[in-house]
Design a binder for this molecule. Structure first.
Ligand SMILES: Cc1ncc(COP(=O)(O)O)c(C=O)c1O
Length: 445
């Protein structure tokens, strides 16, 4: 263990069970962050590290922005907590109002949760409640997509399609779920810039599921507009449009899980706005508070809210679901300050303007011998490596470690490197990021 003055002398790493982490390997060789500002972290050794992943796809406006910090500080000192059941506080209403204004079309009502996972589980419940309220209680099935990531609640892993996240829990997943095929196909789409031309027809698998299960049994389809955690899968041109048309045809709700595509990641407020495809619900989290306070939300069509709420007795609770911390004052304050920052600095437009520079830079990695694909959209990129024979994931892990040694934070899924910098990134940072990554990739065996 390091003797950094930033660490308490008696600090033990043993007691913490770390999430999605190789605990034993990490504790042998820890990577500990101590502070952050703008595009950079500082680790406990005092090294400055370029953040290539906006934390975990969440710090879209850059780290420790004073406006967000001050909003949280002020809220903590004024209203630390307010019950959200049968009580309220103004900031949560104000944030819902702002979010509804930012969301496309008639996505104008907001249900708050505390994470992406909770937002997803809430959205699935809203879908069931909606169909029940409309007199179609038989619509209970969900359709997800292979390689989809929707967090780690039982609902989320049931509709999710990342096998390793489901394996240990397979005996108790939601029982009535089908999965669409994923859209990853290197034979057709390797090294595509932006949306691949091939693959819209993969959405037609929904017709087959509808035919097999019956059109009046399916409550909702949930997909990420761009699949992130599985390693950045950009939707083929026309794919989301086709999914939308099929859902409309069969009375199925379409949920976009926008936990990473929301808040400017693609150069527009949401993936739905970027692609011009209107879902019935969106789940969001992460960038809603710039990652500074946990928060998630479901943004729903007004007609969905009306159906559920109007189906109950006037003074009765309409939806038996919610969290102690739904719309927490600190999260609401952080969310309000964050949305203001996105608007006042034009960060979504900034991301859109930088996207071609980003695309050019990441595609220069095509020349590196182990790289078998580069894909990108907005300020996201996925770089896929050829797995080492007999050791899948090893090159990915070595890339993460090598980048960190060279003062760059990247995210890795198996042998795919995912990049998603804050929207404040400068061209010089992009060059630096790609140079460090290229050096590490060239040294892989
Ligand atoms: C698309 C998507 N949905 C849901 C989640 C889960 O969010 P959380 O980790 O906040 O529960 C994530 C997290 O990365 C995500 O990318």
């Amino acid at each position: 263990m390091t003797t950094s003055p930033l660490l308490p002398k008696d600090l033990s790493l043993e007691e913490l069970w770390m999430p999605f982490t190789a605990n034993r390997a990490f504790k042998r060789s820890p990577r500990l962050l101590a502070s952050a500002a703008g595009m950079h972290y500082r680790d406990v050794e005092g090294r400055t590290i370029l953040d290539g992943t906006a934390g975990l796809w969440c710090v879209n406006a850059g780290h420790c922005r004073p406006a967000v910090v001050q909003a949280i500080q002020q809220s903590a000192a004024t209203l630390d907590f307010a019950p959200g059941f049968q009580m309220g506080h103004p900031a949560s209403f104000a944030l819902a109002q702002k979010l509804a204004a930012l969301a496309p079309g008639d996505l104008d009502h907001v249900f708050f949760a505390n994470s992406g996972s909770e937002a997803v589980d809430s959205a699935l419940k809203i879908a069931l409640a909606y169909h029940q309220a409309r007199g179609e209680p038989g619509r209970v099935r969900f359709v997800g997509r292979l390689r989809g990531y929707h967090g780690v609640g039982f609902g989320g892993i049931s509709v999710g399609g990342i096998e390793i996240n489901r394996k240990a829990f397979a005996a108790q997943l939601l029982p009535q779920v089908d999965h669409l095929p994923h859209t990853h196909d290197l034979a057709h789409n390797a090294f595509t810039r932006g949306q691949p031309a091939w693959g819209a027809h993969l959405a037609d698998a929904l017709e087959e599921i509808v035919a097999r299960r019956g059109p009046d049994t399916i409550a909702a389809v949930i997909v990420e507009p761009v699949a992130g955690s599985t390693g950045v899968l950009v939707p083929p041109k026309g794919y989301l449009e086709r999914l939308r048309a099929l859902c409309t045809k069969h009375g199925i709700l379409l949920i976009f899980d926008e936990v990473i595509t929301g808040f400017g990641r693609l150069g527009a407020a949401f993936g739905a706005s970027y692609f011009g495809v209107q879902p019935d619900m969106m789940t969001v989290a992460k960038g809603i508070t710039n990652g500074a306070v946990p928060m998630g939300a479901v943004v729903v069509r007004g007609s969905i809210y009306d159906s559920v709420v109007n189906a109950a007795a006037d003074s009765g609770i309409e939806f038996f679901h919610g969290y102690t911390y739904s719309g927490h004052p600190l999260a609401s304050a952080a969310g309000l300050a964050t949305l203001d920052l996105y608007a006042s600095e034009g960060l979504f437009q900034r991301a859109a303007a930088l996207a071609p520079v980003w695309e050019e830079a990441v595609h220069s990695l095509k020349e590196v011998s182990k790289v078998i694909d580069v894909r990108n959209l907005g300020l996201v990129a996925g770089i896929e490596l050829e797995p080492r024979a007999g050791a899948p994931g090893a090159r990915g892990l070595e890339t993460l470690q090598g980048c960190f040694r060279n003062a760059l934070l990247v995210r890795v899924t198996g042998d795919i490197i995912a990049l998603s910098p804050s929207l404040i990134i400068e061209k010089a940072h992009i060059e630096q990021l790609v140079d460090i990554l290229r050096g590490v990739l060239q040294r892989l065996d």
